[in-house]
Design a protein around this ligand. Structure first.
Ligand SMILES: NC(=O)c1ccc[n+]([C@@H]2O[C@H](COP(=O)([O-])OP(=O)(O)OC[C@H]3O[C@@H](n4cnc5c(N)ncnc54)[C@H](OP(=O)(O)O)[C@@H]3O)[C@@H](O)[C@H]2O)c1
Length: 337
């Protein structure tokens, strides 16, 4: 692979920092790495491949000679600056929700719909973190047996909201343990020692925006508007890793043994399913493994084509930074051919 110039927009954030790490860990062929954030972080340094790289303030002129611009600074920043990056000749891989449902913008998970990445017009969207891990688990079932219905409930970590939310959970936990008053800024309620059945704003249909993202994005990635999917998204006092309880109804009956065999062979999936030894995916395991972990696989007792499972992945990595870097790798690989 030839070396390329990369810009990370939102480099000082929870996802941005992970992007810099993932680029290094995967030996991504970086010629020049440009780190961009708000004016507040300008002059800060981040480490990459043993070197300290200074963070610069994002401006519309930040993208000269950039090949890939990895955006993770929120949707308003993406809407404002992505076109400047594209005009300068970069391919934008955007982690925000700004362009995900735009018909001109592919929404890509490399294990699921890699071919879509090549249909871009300068911008490729990374799906929502809870959608990414869901579709990785769904894809082999969909291909083998078809899927009629999905019921998913999420248990999402606070790092999914960004670095301020990580601080809020830690501070509230300390305050409660020290019998002090808690401070609340990021979430509408106390998050420490609690569960919030609300992620993002409510829409007119009583679902939250996060739940609707999962519904719309799953259909777009799977190219199937007929999948019946419903979601409940909850925020839990966990630092890293989103967990999901997933119930599927397949078109054809699928036995659990063959599903396990398929998952064992799938790149990007780690089967962790040994209930007799209390082995199943845990949120804390997502700090070690990059794969989408799947366990608690079992047949529904009431519906013959129903399957239950528990899936966990790192929201900052496979749910954001890693997926974005994998998309860039996919495009680079194709340029080589
Ligand atoms: N967290 C996740 O698990 C996750 C997963 C998938 C997608 N995403 C998406 O990724 C994006 C970032 O999320 P995050 O969790 O990393 O948030 P975060 O920790 O709050 O980081 C936000 C980043 O954006 C930068 N930023 C804010 N305002 C800016 C401005 N005016 N100009 C330039 N940079 C600016 C911040 O820079 P300063 O440090 O200088 O303020 C920081 O680097 C969001 O769109 C989010 O929806 C997040």
């Amino acid at each position: 692979m030839g070396e390329v110039n990369i810009a990370v927009v939102g480099a000082t954030g929870a996802v941005g920092r992970e992007m810099v790490k993932v680029l290094e860990e995967r030996n991504f062929p970086v010629a020049n790495l440009v780190l961009l954030a708000s004016q507040k972080s300008s002059g800060e340094f981040l480490k990459f491949n043993g070197k300290k790289i200074e963070v610069s303030e994002l401006t519309k002129n930040s993208f000269k000679n950039i090949d890939f611009a990895l955006f993770s600074a929120g949707s308003s920043i993406s809407k404002k600056y992505a076109t400047h990056a594209v005009t300068a000749g970069a391919v934008v891989i955007d982690n925000s929700s700004a362009f995900r449902m735009d018909n001109q913008v592919p929404l890509v998970v490399p294990e699921v719909n890699p071919q879509d990445a090549f249909k871009h017009n300068g911008i490729i969207a990374n799906p929502n973190c809870s959608t990414i891990q869901l579709v990785v688990a769904l894809k082999p079932v969909y291909d083998k047996a078809g899927i009629k219905r999905i019921i998913v409930s999420t248990y999402q970590s606070v790092s999914g909201t960004g670095k301020k939310a990580i601080d809020e959970l830690m501070e509230q936990t300390k305050a409660i343990l020290n019998k002090k008053k808690i401070k609340r800024e990021v979430y509408p309620h106390q998050i420490a020692f609690n569960i919030l059945p609300q992620i993002d704003e409510f829409e007119n249909n009583a679902f939250t925006r996060e739940e609707m993202k999962m519904i719309h994005e799953t259909k777009k990635i799977m190219h199937d508007d007929d999948i019946k999917i419903t979601a409940t998204a909850a925020r839990v006092p966990v630092l890293y890793g989103h967990s999901e309880s997933v119930y599927l109804e397949t078109e054809k009956i699928m036995d659990i043994k063959s599903l396990k065999q398929i998952y064992l062979k799938m790149p990007g999936i780690k089967l962790v399913d040994d209930i007799h030894n209390a082995k199943y995916p845990l949120a804390i395991m997502s700090e070690i493994y990059d794969e989408v972990m799947i366990g608690r696989l079992r047949k529904d007792l009431a519906v013959k084509n129903g399957i239950n499972m528990w899936i966990v992945a790192n929201n900052l990595r496979k749910g954001a930074a890693l997926n974005a870097v994998q998309i860039a790798e996919l495009l680079l690989g194709s340029q080589e051919k």
